[in-house]
Ligand binder design. Structure first.
Ligand SMILES: Nc1ncnc2c1ncn2[C@@H]1O[C@H](COP(=O)(O)OP(=O)(O)O)[C@@H](O)[C@H]1O
Ligand SMILES: [Mg+2]
Length: 276
């Protein structure tokens, strides 16, 4: 009985991906991917362009049909209603195009799904979310007229509004699924957003992020899934995955690892001679 409860509690704070596959039309895009992510940790998904990172993320968030099993909080995501999913996880897509004129406050407000907050609560939540992403006071600006990096941060503020508490009142962790959340940001804002995401995990939430930048991944990820050709190449804790041979194979390019000063964080660089 006690053991059963323990197992149940554990699965409720995990994302369990078991032999997951995704086909678009008849073409298999993702095959046999297995890994677990834990609430309280930052899990990164890396791999070359076209390796299936976005497709896998969409399967995990309930946007694409999949074979195998993908469970969030012990529940098969493909069977959950959109409303239930919206309370459990927020999703930052790789590209968010909005083709009608909205101001920033309206875009961020799309994430405020708790109607009990009332108008003042809603306004405050939007302001707090914008401050968190470094866009304090941007409420009245036109979304269309912002830079790509600013739009990306507005979208993140929207997602944060949706799953504000890393651990909700019911004791269940909430999840952030982020597809290249910092790829169009300058270095200061890249670190700001990575710290924000890592802080969400440190507070007990789950974070799963597709990452382009290997050094930001090394600096912030607890565990890393490496994708190649639609399959899992490897999965493990940061230091087991951040290896020159493994990354060179993943990206089909000679890479070397170094460290900066006395830092524990590995730094990935092109292998000597790559520029010749
Ligand atoms: N809607 C789609 N129709 C056909 N092929 C797709 C579709 N979406 C993605 N793909 C293909 O699936 C592969 C993986 O794409 P994606 O998941 O976007 O990769 P990544 O995010 O790793 O760059 C690519 O070869 C891509 O062309
Ligand atoms: Mg992608």
């Amino acid at each position: 009985m006690h053991q059963f409860k323990l197992a149940e509690e554990q699965s409720s704070s995990e994302l369990q991906v078991d032999c997951a596959g995704v086909s678009i039309g008849r073409v298999p895009i993702i095959r046999e991917v297995t890994f677990n992510a834990h609430a309280g940790e930052f899990t990164a998904i890396i791999g070359p362009s076209g390796s299936g990172k976005t497709t896998l993320l969409k399967a995990m968030t309930g946007e694409l049909a999949y074979s195998g099993s993908i469970r969030l909080a012990g529940l098969e995501t493909g069977k959950l209603s959109a409303e239930y999913l919206a309370r459990l996880r927020g999703v930052l897509p790789q590209a968010s195009q909005i083709s009608f004129p909205l101001n920033v406050s309206e875009v961020v407000g799309l994430g405020v799904i708790d109607r009990r907050r009332g108008r003042d609560g809603r306004t405050r939540r939007i302001a707090d979310a914008l401050a968190k992403v470094g866009l304090h006071g941007f409420e009245g600006r036109s979304y269309q007229e912002l830079s790509g990096g600013e739009q990306q941060r507005v979208q993140l503020a929207r997602v944060l509004c949706q799953v504000w508490e890393p651990v909700a009142a019911d004791g269940q962790p909430r999840w952030l699924f982020l597809d290249e959340p910092v790829s169009s940001l300058d270095i200061k804002h890249q670190f700001q957003i990575m710290r924000l995401a890592a802080g969400y995990a440190a507070a007990g939430g789950g974070v799963v992020a597709v990452m382009h930048d290997l050094n930001l991944t090394a600096a912030f990820a607890d565990r890393i899934l490496v994708m190649k050709n639609g399959k899992r190449l490897t999965f493990g804790v940061r230091d087991d995955v951040m290896r020159a041979d493994l990354l060179s194979d993943a990206y089909d390019f000679p890479l070397a690892l170094t460290r900066f000063g006395d830092s524990n964080v590995p730094l990935v660089v092109p292998a000597p001679g790559s520029a010749q």
